[in-house]
Design a protein around this ligand. Structure first.
Ligand code: ZN
Ligand code: FE
Length: 263
């Protein structure tokens, strides 16, 4: 079993993920926002596209679907709850469903909050989580269509996955996320280490992804709103909280981050 995950940069800061089985020359793509980027990679690597997966309906994640499907015939699988908002889906999936590419089986996890039907795909055989705009390294997606409680439930579902899970996020937001995270949790050694690593990777022109879930559990403030050490640091940061339960604290730091800017 030899699978490769290629990271294809698109637009300003999106990543499209191309998973391939080089033995049989087939590939699947996750969130093909730009068809041309994917077609170019397929040609260079001499691969045939056999599956398109979508995490949510935003244009920067599904914009390449039509052209890719026209040119390759690959079926599109996306969230059942966004079936009306993504064209030409061959199959729509919900929590607990399974998707298959070559000998890989991916589990569908519903992670609402960024959009109302957002899903993630977890492939245990390659320890890969494709989570779209739900979890970012040192951050999380904006709440465009969901509540803080929904997003917190989504993040806790992802947090249950093993520490050695490789997290493939939809955008390169790590450095901007690190600035905010350090502002509210400035003495966290795991966070400082991850921020330094991300800065070095960007300086070298490399993606900061995938990130290890075990590292995010220690460093990402949005995964830590029920952790006593984080709450102590947060109290010292002076940020005003809208409540005391994890969902309310999550909502407080998500809105503070909205005001902070960028991602
Ligand atoms: Zn999005
Ligand atoms: Fe996006």
């Amino acid at each position: 079993m030899s699978f490769t995950v290629d990271i294809l940069p698109a637009f300003a800061d999106n990543y499209i993920y191309l998973v391939s089985d080089r033995d049989i020359g087939l590939a699947m793509v996750v969130d093909a926002g730009d068809a041309n980027v994917v077609l170019k990679a397929l040609k260079e690597k001499d691969l045939h596209l056999s599956l398109i997966l979508n995490t949510h309906h935003h244009k920067d994640h599904v914009g390449g679907n039509d052209k890719l499907q026209r040119e390759t015939g690959a079926p599109i699988i996306g969230p059942e709850k966004e079936r009306a908002r993504i064209n030409n889906m061959s199959r729509s999936v919900s929590n607990g469903d399974s998707v298959t590419f070559s000998t890989l089986h991916g589990q569908v996890i519903e992670v609402h909050g960024h959009t109302s039907g957002h899903i993630a795909f977890y492939f245990p055989q390659i320890k890969a989580l494709f989570c779209g705009d739900t979890l970012f390294s040192l951050g999380c997606g904006r709440l465009f269509e969901g509540t803080a409680a929904e997003m917190w439930a989504s993040l806790t579902a992802l947090r249950k996955l093993p520490d050695d899970t490789l997290v493939y996020c939809g955008h390169e937001y790590t450095e901007a996320n690190a600035k905010f995270a350090l502002a509210i949790d400035k003495n966290n050694a795991a966070l400082k280490a991850r921020a330094a690593e991300a800065a070095a990777l960007r300086k070298a022109g490399k993606p900061t992804l995938p990130t290890l879930l075990g590292v995010e559990k220690q460093a990402n403030p949005f995964l830590r709103v029920d952790q006593p050490e984080f709450l102590q640091a947060l109290a010292k940061s002076g940020l005003a909280l809208q409540g005391t339960d994890p969902a309310a604290i999550f909502g407080s730091i998500r809105s503070a981050k909205d005001r902070y800017g960028e991602t």
